[in-house]
Ligand binder design. Structure first.
Ligand code: ZN
Length: 308
């Protein structure tokens, strides 16, 4: 049995995991005041929640092989670097938890953990060369080559969302111009639609989808949706040219928009073949919704062992 922890910008999920199955889990929402004090509050919440889970399931920490954490940050050798979501730059949590629980703790970037889940248990099981893309507030991802998760030299990142697709584009939070995620993330789609339909207040994902469905027959909405798919295709063509994947699985909140975009996207990529890229990977939706982070975190060491 392992413990998998998924830390997001506004919530923490902690689960007891056996293979692909979450035996028991707890979800905690981070309140606004928690976010101002994340360095103290995250270790405290993790410790309390693990104790509760073990108690409720009549287990001891000695029954647990290790704790895996999916963290929304760049990481190097289990050390947390920059996390835009949590407003952190450098955060030491591993030694604190290892000292407290007396078992190993491993940390990886959250998109990598979700990718590990997809490769081992989800949509990418049968593909050796594949890309996992998470499209939501931003765009993140991971690449598998010959079945192995590719790493980068320094920060365990594939900054797919920050490939520039327009040298004159808007300035991104990474300070560069024209980043892919400013055109093809769900947040970017929402920004464009709010602007075009003069919606001043922020809207939820559900409200956005309802708005799209309501106006889908209108020329203006069609133009926005087609433009979005075009931009998504440009980034995906670049990825296809670089990695020649057999499949690209898309996770994140994009899954909620599958009826609106998936067929359009497949068709457009096929049309763009030869123009922007040679091969055409299968475009799949990721299996996992909310639990991919927890389960993915619990299999971090499966991948490391394979490396070793
Ligand atoms: Zn950027």
């Amino acid at each position: 049995m392992k413990i998998g922890i998924d830390i997001g910008g506004s919530h923490i999920g902690v689960g007891l995991v056996n293979g692909a199955k979450i035996v028991s889990k707890k979800e905690i929402d981070l309140r606004k005041e928690d976010k101002e004090n994340v360095k103290k509050i995250i270790p405290k919440l993790i410790k309390e929640t693990i104790q509760k889970l073990l108690f409720e399931n009549k287990m001891q920490i000695t029954n647990i092989e290790y704790i895996g954490i999916a963290f929304p940050a760049s990481l190097r050798n289990n050390q947390i670097g920059m996390s835009v979501n949590l407003g952190l730059n450098g955060f030491e949590i591993r030694s604190d938890l290892e000292e407290y629980f007396k078992i190993p703790v491993y940390i990886r970037n959250d998109a990598k953990c979700a990718a590990l889940y997809e490769k081992k248990y989800g949509s990418l099981q049968t593909f050796s060369n594949a890309i996992f893309l998470t499209i939501g507030t931003g765009i993140g991802g991971a690449a598998f080559y010959n079945g192995d998760l590719l790493g980068t030299a320094q920060n365990d990142l594939f900054k797919i969302g920050h490939i520039s697709i327009n040298k004159d584009g808007p300035i991104c939070k990474c300070k560069r111009k024209g980043c892919f995620e400013n055109y093809a993330s769900i947040r970017a789609l929402k920004t464009i639609i709010r602007k075009e339909y003069c919606i001043e207040n922020d809207i939820t994902g559900l409200e956005l989808r309802n708005l799209i469905k309501e106006h889908v027959q209108e020329e203006n909405m069609q133009k926005i949706l087609n433009e979005y798919v075009d931009n998504l295709c440009i980034g995906m063509s670049t990825i296809t040219n670089l990695f020649e994947p057999d499949a690209i699985a898309i996770g994140g909140s994009f899954a909620h928009y599958k009826d609106i975009f998936l067929e359009k996207l497949r068709k457009k990529l096929e049309e763009n073949k030869q123009k922007f890229h040679d091969s055409c990977p299968e475009i799949l939706l990721a299996y996992a919704k909310n639990d991919a982070g927890i389960i993915g975190a619990s299999i971090i060491m499966d991948e490391e062992e394979k490396d070793g």
